[in-house]
Write a protein that binds this ligand. Structure first.
Ligand SMILES: Nc1ncnc2c1ncn2[C@@H]1O[C@H](COP(=O)(O)OP(=O)(O)OP(=O)(O)O)[C@@H](O)[C@H]1O
Ligand SMILES: [Mg+2]
Length: 306
């Protein structure tokens, strides 16, 4: 293994059973009119290394907010969020994120975009000047590694192109490579394929499953497309503000946390099975339909770690 390919895993020796643990997590935002609005209400979650978790929920329920807390760019208002048993106090290379779009630098080539994070991590502007020969050598090593990722993403020929010269699917693969090259333990994906047409989207789903199998990263995959969620994820989390509770409803809760049946990764035709259809219906009803208010005590939290 090269020096470059060994990620920093500071606490992994003492790593507990769970990579990520959220306990009684609340997120509240101040309102312009004064007071606070609860967005996430008492979220509990335990995640093991290597899980592929799909997250769905009505618009505005707090999916992106939850990802930002795992990323470390925001803190819970109360409760604990632990990674390897440690509280998270800011972003780190152990966690990468891919957004729906606009995450590439337009003035950098594809290869430069991909190696940007490695470069930034190792050299400040002054470091480049002060240690120029060393910088040149490392830069070459980064470029080789970037090229490996390009090949893995089936973009071998695209390194010298600029983002505007690529199709949407290619751009999104560059964005994934940009995050994946840092070898994060957790990859957060916020509607990554939302802007792609159907066939590109399906290709990208298969591509992500392959990447996951090779890398064994832990993935959080937020999507509006429930079929996509059930196809790519081994576990499905549904966050929703549509529920009933004796103590009042405020903000979203995890209303479903269960394993997606059918193995993982699934055969492409799994989407056409009765089991898949049934699960789709259940989640639409329990989590996404504002007319249906399932009681807290009836939530399907059947996942072994829920
Ligand atoms: N910084 C902030 N300050 C105040 N309110 C915020 C802030 N960020 C998010 N919110 C509010 O929190 C709620 C959840 O937002 P979030 O973006 O997490 O939802 P989401 O589930 O990702 O929605 P979508 O499906 O539309 O992407 C929304 O009501 C939003 O307006
Ligand atoms: Mg969002």
């Amino acid at each position: 293994m090269t020096e470059l390919s060994s990620p920093k895993r500071s606490n992994s020796e003492t790593s507990p059973e769970y990579l990520l643990k959220l306990e009684n997590v609340f997120k509240r935002y101040p309102m312009k009119t004064g007071g606070e609005k609860t967005i996430l209400n008492d979220v509990d979650l335990r995640v093991r290394q290597g899980e592929f978790i799909s997250v769905v929920g009505p618009s505005g329920c707090g999916k992106s907010t939850m990802l930002r807390m795992i990323l470390g760019s925001e803190q819970p208002s109360s409760g604990t969020l632990l990674i390897d048993g440690q509280t998270v106090d800011g972003p780190s290379r152990q966690r990468g994120i891919v957004f729906q779009k606009y995450s590439l630098f337009p003035h950098l080539t594809v290869l430069e975009n991909i190696t940007f994070g490695l470069d930034l991590e190792e050299f400040s502007i002054f470091g480049r000047l002060a240690r120029y020969p060393h910088y040149r050598k490392r830069k070459r090593a980064f470029a080789e590694r970037g090229q490996e990722y390009l090949e893995r993403m089936q973009l071998a020929e695209a390194g010298s192109k600029y983002p505007h010269e690529l199709s949407g699917g290619m751009r999104q693969r560059v964005a994934i490579a940009q995050a994946a090259i840092m070898e994060p333990r957790i990859l957060l994906m916020d509607e990554p394929f939302g802007a792609l047409d159907d066939s590109t989207r399906q290709e990208m789903q298969l591509f992500m499953l392959e990447l996951w199998e090779k890398s064994k990263m832990t993935i959080f995959f937020v999507t509006h497309d429930l079929e996509e969620a059930l196809f790519v994820g081994s576990r499905i989390l549904v966050l929703s503000q549509y529920y009933a509770s004796d103590t009042g409803v405020e903000g979203a809760k995890i209303v479903t946390d269960k394993e997606v049946p059918g193995g993982h990764p699934k055969p492409a035709d799994y989407k056409y099975t009765a089991e898949f259809g049934e699960m789709l219906g259940q989640i639409r009803r329990d989590g996404l339909d504002p007319e249906v208010r399932q009681h807290v005590k009836d939530f399907d939290l059947s996942h072994r770690d829920a």
